[in-house]
Design a protein around this ligand. Sequence first.
Ligand SMILES: NC(=O)c1ccc[n+]([C@@H]2O[C@H](COP(=O)([O-])OP(=O)(O)OC[C@H]3O[C@@H](n4cnc5c(N)ncnc54)[C@H](O)[C@@H]3O)[C@@H](O)[C@H]2O)c1
Length: 329
Amino acid sequence: MFLTVIGIPWTDPMAEKVLVTGGAGFIPSHLEDILVEKGYDVTAVDIIDRGSCSNIAHLLDLPNFHYIQADVTDVDAMVRASEGMDFVYHMAANSDIRNGGKDPNIDHMKTFQTTRSVLEAMRINGIGNMFFSSTSAVYGDRKGLLDEMTGGLQPISYYGACKLASESLISAYSYMNDFNALILRFPNVIGPRLTHGVIFDFIGKLKRDPKKLQILGDGKQNKQYVYVLDLARGIYDFSERIEDGVNQYNVSTESFTDVNAIADLVCERMGLDPEYEYTGGSTGWKGDVSSFAYDVSKAKARGWKYEFDSTGSVRETLRVLDLDSIPLY
Ligand SMILES: NC(=O)c1ccc[n+]([C@@H]2O[C@H](COP(=O)([O-])OP(=O)(O)OC[C@H]3O[C@@H](n4cnc5c(N)ncnc54)[C@H](O)[C@@H]3O)[C@@H](O)[C@H]2O)c1
């Protein structure tokens, strides 16, 4: 726990040391809020320069929070950053699937090579536990309820493929080097500080033109959304009780929200009544999975809980989101 001793910030030298890759990002910043509050000694690594770390600006001067600007694909840098760590949360990745579709190199480097580099650093430093942020995109375009035993996975985006390849590499490194890996496969994550995605795009587009809203596809894409604070609490809770070996969990709400409903809620929040224009087709872009359904019973049996359902997550996000923080799109 970090305390103030006669006015001087003080960190418990016995505090558990954790490293968070992608630590300046949206979801990692919420996890770090929890870790810092719980008294961990937290080091965040991200490629973003310190001055631009708006998501974690409130943490930067705390005694039990440290920031390293580095490229996670750099194995030497990661070996240095992870020395003496008890736990690594590997969350650096390209998180913009659509953009990654324009150049396969983006996901190869940011989503796969970051994982390889983190695993090498863990092997060299003998670190015993890790968390990995995976995704529903590993399942590809599949119908029916998807559970962790669903096989024959055929991702349809470079992002999904690089996450699945990362999971495979984690499995081998875990076995060969006797460390534990917790893998949570998230659906669409939303909430304060979000950096991309449909809500972000709609707000940015409406700021540019309040009379017209372009909707990718037919607006009927129907997905599961989870609120970032529910997810961050889940990551923390599962990590605290990490099991031996490699364990994967689907984590999600068990409800759906379609893109048209999100558009309506965004317009309501912004007090606008624009004309909707559809680009057509059943998906937003090549590589987009228009609908999927998770079976989350394995995660629930381990204690996964959420406060907001899918549409509740959208509403709560719009309630708390700082619209000024979203750029014109
Ligand atoms: N947001 C979602 O809906 C969602 C869904 C499923 C999985 N995930 C996964 O959760 C994790 C966090 O996602 P997020 O939405 O917070 O994204 P984000 O883009 O806000 O955060 C990711 C961070 O990783 C950093 N990063 C990327 N490549 C790097 C590199 N080579 N070196 C150092 N830093 C690098 C970025 O600068 C960014 O700050 C990612 O692994 C993402 O794939 C997110």
